[in-house]
Design a protein around this ligand. Structure first.
Ligand SMILES: Cc1ncc(COP(=O)(O)O)c(C=O)c1O
Length: 373
């Protein structure tokens, strides 16, 4: 499978979640679209691309189980979040709610918009291993009549926790606060009924766990919600989905190849394959923890299907400034894994993708044990 995913076999790849990887056949399909566009760029861009992009969007919407007219192409979660924040009218004293487990880049976008408007960011704080009730009550406590947007992660990045977003959305609704679900890791990993989550907006990357080319993500907004694309171009004013379909002249090959990535996800076994990955990563988590002599108690009660935390031995990675050196240490040993610092504790966030095998986690354990931290 390493070959099918075109990965360097000399590297131990245990972090599929951060950037994903498109299988070789999907990359080849993207290259074919690129070639087709280059053979007659004028006609391709002037006449053909709009219909092709709309068709690919319909396909992606079908995969996600949403109405294609409420599905908008964006390049990534950052772009979708930017569109939602850019569409808000914020005033001094307004509040934007996130959590202590939120993604750093999204937090920066919130900070930018809050600072411009004199608004504040309120963080729902909950510890690693918090149960659903505690998570929901942390969000409920952070929401008020001043809340203009709640951003809730479906799967948290630093802690690989599945968050009960429907219950959070219900709590936010008590004070009339709109909700955006940051579902960066959800497509292909969680089988959600997106409109039934009760959120106003949802944004998910297809290029992580659904094997499409990098730069393919879908923003969904409930019927009636108005959102302005981040890039304003020819199709502005043509309705929610179409206004996102054409962000000017660029390489549309990735979006056009999304159906190939989704077909690959299905051919690998769909949701059955996801549950095999969950078993693989749970086993890997146990192997690594045993080798490092660390406990798995107090970790997320509902972890992401294919991503898990393993605590590092005491004294390792105890401050945020040690994350990058720790990454370098591992990467120089040809291991790609996510070092995490959260609430004073160091962890490795491991993943299982179709190209991983049980002995990958033993190799990781061997290397981690040998490291001179
Ligand atoms: C929870 C979460 N939100 C947002 C992002 C940002 O995604 P992107 O770089 O695709 O914009 C990530 C990326 O891993 C993430 O994990």
């Amino acid at each position: 499978m390493l070959e099918a995913f075109g990965l360097d076999p000399d590297v131990l790849h245990l972090n599929h979640g951060s950037f994903g990887v498109a299988p070789v056949v999907v990359r080849q399909a993207a290259a074919a679209w690129r070639e087709r566009a280059e053979r007659n760029p004028h006609r391709f861009n002037r006449v053909e691309v709009a219909g092709l992009v709309a068709t690919a969007r319909e396909h992606a919407a079908g995969f996600l189980g949403i109405d294609p007219s409420r599905a908008a192409w964006v390049r990534n979660v950052s772009e979708g979040v930017s569109a939602i924040l850019g569409s808000l009218e914020l005033h001094p004293g307004d509040e934007l709610v996130t959590s202590t487990h939120g993604y750093g880049a999204v937090r920066k976008a919130l900070g930018h918009h809050a600072a411009r408007a004199g608004a504040r960011i309120i963080e729902a704080a909950y510890p690693v291993g918090a149960g659903d009730d505690l998570i929901v009550s942390a969000y409920a406590a952070a929401c008020s009549r001043r809340t203009r947007l709640v951003i809730v992660d479906r799967i948290t990045s630093p802690t690989a926790t599945v968050v009960p977003v429907a219950a959070v959305a219900a709590a936010a609704a008590q004070v009339g606060a709109p909700v955006l679900v940051d579902a960066a890791h959800a497509p292909g990993q969680l089988r959600d009924d997106i409109p039934a989550l009760g959120a106003d907006h949802w944004i998910g990357n297809l290029h992580k766990w659904a094997y499409t080319p990098r730069g393919s993500a879908i923003l969904w907004s409930r019927p009636g919600a108005e959102v302005t694309p981040t890039v304003l171009s020819w199709q502005l004013g043509e309705g929610y989905a179409a206004s996102f379909d054409y962000p000017g002249t660029w390489d549309y090959a990735g979006w056009l190849t999304a159906p190939d990535g989704l077909a690959y996800w299905q051919a690998l076994g769909g949701w059955d394959a996801v549950s095999r990955l969950a078993d693989l990563v749970a086993d890997g988590q146990k192997r690594l923890a045993a080798a490092l002599a660390v406990t798995l108690e107090g970790l997320p009660a509902t972890p992401a299907p294919a991503m898990r935390l393993v605590p590092l031995p005491e004294g390792v990675l105890t401050s945020p400034d040690q994350v990058d050196p720790c990454y370098e240490l591992l990467s120089r040993r040809r291991v790609e894994v996510a070092p995490i610092h959260f609430d004073g504790t160091g962890y490795l966030r491991i993943a299982a993708a179709p190209y991983n095998t049980p002995d990958d986690y033993d190799r990781l354990a061997d290397i981690v044990r040998e490291l001179d931290w």
